[in-house]
Design a protein around this ligand. Structure first.
Ligand code: SAM
Ligand code: SF4
Length: 339
């Protein structure tokens, strides 16, 4: 599709009304998934009708608009990005986008044995792979349908490709997998990949449990690890709710993504675009802009899209308030949000 540019001066950086620079976007390429993780989805999900979902071309235009506005890091997510039909044709194009320094992917790993090689060839720099248990039965209980051995094979396939970094993501929940903090960490150390522990966020209603009774603070997880390892705080930050530690004598880093117990919103550098083309300014709030309407009503006008993105910066909230009864909690489930 050809795109037009008007003479209006557009900025080369996105700065919000709190002075934060947005240089990172998370793009959801589908709301669908081959798993049904208990913290992310309900058991019987209804997914979006096709006409409400952005086409691969529309997703590419969104990415292009953001990179022309100074975004240099894109993470592809979902739902499960690798279940989207023909997703490699999009990733191949994104890998060639001018101005993009990092192209990242978050996946459940179930199809990585097949995709690791083309993803690496397309220029994907880093991959996050979610894995919440190393016990096959329990893995299936948490993912409701996933097969652990497929994910383990996917991790090995990705390791064989030489990505800049691989990271495991584990959501630790009381009563589900809180006794696996050490086992998961030992596995990451052995495979020389990073691991991050994520606090369960109250995004939509979980149908199998009451989130407030399962949410596990990362301070507790870190305490468990500190009884066994010397954790050395890393100066590196990703301008988000993550903090990293090096394990003395090991290559792997351990991260704690603590959006619930710690508020790092002051450094926030990111926004999300759902697969419906809704630009979400904050994970924990509903402020959003409908980019799909602009894409479809003003077809081919990349500057209209860029102007809407620039204007959206005024809507980015200062912070979120998870599990705070004084504040409205998001009704979106994580697969709709784009993790
Ligand atoms: N399907 C891919 C995967 O599972 O990695 C990508 C999308 S998933 C929504 C992205 C990340 O969000 C995963 O690491 C998952 O564990 C995490 N996640 C999903 N729901 C969550 C919740 N309610 N709280 C915290 N993390 C959640
Ligand atoms: Fe699917 Fe990822 Fe959500 Fe699990 S966390 S249901 S793998 S989108």
């Amino acid at each position: 599709m050809s795109v037009s540019h008007s003479a209006d001066k557009l900025p080369t950086e996105l700065i919000d009304s709190f002075g934060r620079r947005v240089d990172y976007i998370r793009l959801s390429v589908t709301d669908r998934c081959d798993f049904r993780c208990v913290y992310c989805m309900t058991e019987d999900m209804t997914f979006l009708p096709r006409d409400q979902v952005l086409s691969l071309e529309e997703i590419y235009l969104v990415a292009q608009a953001f990179t022309e506005l100074g975004v240099n890091k894109i993470r592809l997510t979902g739902g499960e990005p690798l279940v989207r039909n023909n997703v490699m044709s999009l990733i191949d194009r994104l890998g060639k986008l001018e101005g993009l320094k990092e192209l990242l992917l978050t996946t459940n790993g179930a199809q990585l044995d097949k995709f690791a090689k083309p993803l690496h060839a397309a220029g994907v720099n880093r991959i996050n792979i979610s894995i919440d248990s190393l016990d096959a039965e329990r893995f299936q209980r948490i993912s409701r349908v996933g097969k652990l051995e497929k994910v383990l094979a996917g991790i090995d396939a990705a390791r064989a490709q030489g990505f800049d970094r691989l990271r495991l993501n584990a959501v630790i929940m009381k009563g589900y997998n809180d006794d696996e903090v050490l086992v998961l960490t030992e596995y990451a150390l052995e495979k020389e990949v990073d691991i991050s522990f994520i606090e369960e966020m109250p995004l939509g209603n979980a149908s199998d449990h009451d989130r407030e009774s399962t949410v596990c603070s990362n301070d507790w997880v870190r305490g468990v690890l500190e009884e066994h390892y010397e954790l050395i705080a890393s100066a590196e930050t990703t301008a988000g709710p993550s903090r990293y530690y090096q394990v003395a004598g090991k290559r792997s880093r351990i991260g704690f993504i603590s959006p619930v117990s710690h508020n790092f919103c002051a450094d926030c550098n990111r926004v999300r675009v759902t697969v419906e083309g809704r630009l979400l300014l904050c994970l924990g709030n509903e402020h959003s802009v409908d980019l799909r309407a602009i894409l479809r009503e003003q077809k081919g006008d990349l500057d209209a899209l860029k102007r809407a993105i620039v204007a959206s910066m005024d809507l980015k909230p200062e912070r979120h308030f998870f599990y705070d009864k004084e504040h409205v909690q998001p009704v979106r489930l994580m697969n709709m949000t784009g993790g």
